[in-house]
Design a protein around this ligand. Structure first.
Ligand code: EPU
Length: 444
């Protein structure tokens, strides 16, 4: 297992490109199960989660070739299994994205339930509700979702839950409905750009989907989908992570391929903090010219501030004089990073789904442990802003969603290196990983 060592205190400067979006690549790869002929995907990020999805699809009989140029060809004509094994699904929750495609392709699917997660309660009831509305018969047996359907039929599907819509649930229902008989209306559909990218991919393959990017998506089922070439959209979460890292180090960076339109709420929050953001044909330029101000952050479904940037914002706000509040309305328990930030000298108080940041004191380098993907990114940002050296352990979480992060940060002038972690803490789950209940009022 590797760890990252970060020598903090250097403002990030330079140009950095982001990869294709992980959260678009994964459901699109899964959707290839329902396409006849070869699919060619460009800008497929080189990530552990993509490797896991590749293995999962191969285990179902798909033929996949990846090149070094971030292209993948996926041929699902030979797919002959509808069983997604726990051993693969437990590594990555996004494996649930094969449920809708398998059901549409084979009329049956057996997919392991993804199990526990470090960012909080993550049920799949809305996925099941949506597929049941299309006529699937679903039951849970021995830790697996067992689904069957003689022929999926279009229906009116409501996907709103207590925390809004569901991103991968919308993906599952959209793929299944694309091949169902008749017309489907998904209400309270997720509007995230990654869902839109999946819809664009399906439409290019012959599907008839409209309303993408709105909360009402209409789908007219078609008989079949054909092979197509598609480029995965740039990763808005990676772009936001670099923008926030630039703010935390008071740096100046350019992200040439960031899609400004996908980042409006993140850009707004950074501007309120006093960060200068210029969007032009050259890309997104992020720079700091004055003292930064505190800001209140509420993570919400798109177009709100993404929950996948909440941890990074918190790390950055620790460096800003004054009181900021960070709330996560999507995953109210997603605050594992806070306990590690405290070890770096942050002053944080947690009250249920709200963490109050008393920022301004200089963070100090420490040995910290990553608990999930975005928490890892937050610890890296804190390390970049801190004095002395920070060591981020358990970076396999980071490798799930950020490709060559240490190389990119080094190119931006930050001394970051990946080194083997020989300590026996690498595999041990620390006691503070215990989730706190939403209602619990806890001072960290
Ligand atoms: N929810 C339900 N029932 C369901 C599904 C979800 O109540 O059946 C709730 C969840 O508990 C949560 C909210 O709805 O409170 C949103 O969950 P959602 O289903 O949208 O999350 P997801 O589809 O499992 C995707 C991303 C996550 C990202 C969330 C929210 C992928 C592969 N994953 O997860 O990305 O945080 O949407 O935007 O697209 C990450 O990249 O680090 C990551 C965790």
């Amino acid at each position: 297992m590797d760890m990252l060592t970060i020598q903090g205190g250097t403002p990030l400067r330079g140009t950095v490109r982001v990869e294709g979006a992980k959260n678009a690549a994964l459901p699109i790869m899964a959707a290839c199960l329902v396409v006849r002929g070869q699919v060619q995907l460009a800008q497929v990020p080189d990530l552990v989660d993509v490797a896991t999805m590749t293995q999962l699809l191969q285990s179902l009989g798909c033929v996949i070739n990846r090149t070094k140029t971030q292209t993948a060809t996926i041929d699902a004509d030979s797919a002959n299994r509808s069983f997604a094994d726990y051993e693969l699904v437990r590594r990555m929750r996004a494996s649930i994205c094969v449920l809708g495609p398998l059901l549409a392709r084979f009329g049956k699917a057996q997919v392991s339930l993804p199990g526990g997660c470090n960012i909080g309660h993550r049920p799949i009831d809305l996925h099941l509700k949506g597929l049941a509305a299309l006529g699937a018969d679903l039951r849970i047996e021995n830790g697996y979702v067992v689904a069957t359907a003689t022929r999926l039929r279009g229906a009116d599907v409501e996907l709103g839950g207590p925390s809004g819509s569901t991103v991968t649930g919308t993906c599952n229902v959209m793929v299944a409905a694309a091949l169902a008989k008749g017309r489907t209306t998904i209400r309270s559909a997720a509007c995230e750009p990654e869902v839109v990218d999946l819809g664009n991919f399906l439409n290019a393959a012959g599907a008839q989907i409209s309303g993408l990017g709105t909360s009402v998506v209409e789908i007219s089922g078609v008989e079949s989908l054909q092979g197509v070439t598609h480029t995965i959209l740039p990763d808005r979460i990676e772009a936001a992570t670099f923008a926030i890292a630039a703010a935390a180090t008071r740096g100046n960076i350019l992200i040439p391929n960031a899609r400004t339109e996908d980042l409006t709420s993140v850009i707004d929050a950074l501007r309120v903090m006093g960060v200068r953001i210029v969007s032009s044909s050259a890309g997104l330029e992020v720079s700091c010219h004055s003292e930064l101000q505190p800001v209140d952050i509420v993570a919400m479904p798109y177009p709100g501030i993404p929950t996948d940037t909440q941890a990074q914002f918190m790390a950055c706000l620790c460096t800003v004089q004054g009181v900021s509040k960070v709330r996560d309305a999507v995953f109210p328990d997603r605050f594992m990073h806070a306990a590690e930030l405290l070890r770096m000298g942050a002053n944080l108080q947690r009250h249920g789904d709200l963490t109050v940041v008393h920022g301004g004191q200089r963070l100090t380098g420490a040995s910290v442990m990553a608990s999930d993907l975005r928490a890892s990114a937050a610890l890296v940002i804190a390390g970049l802003a801190a004095t002395d050296q920070t060591t981020v352990r358990r970076i396999y979480h980071l490798d799930r969603g950020y490709a060559r992060l240490e190389e990119k940060l080094t190119a931006l002038g930050a001394p970051v290196s990946r080194v083997p972690d020989s300590s026996n803490t690498a595999d041990v789950q620390p006691p503070h990983f215990k989730l706190q209940k939403r209602s619990e009022r806890t001072i960290l």
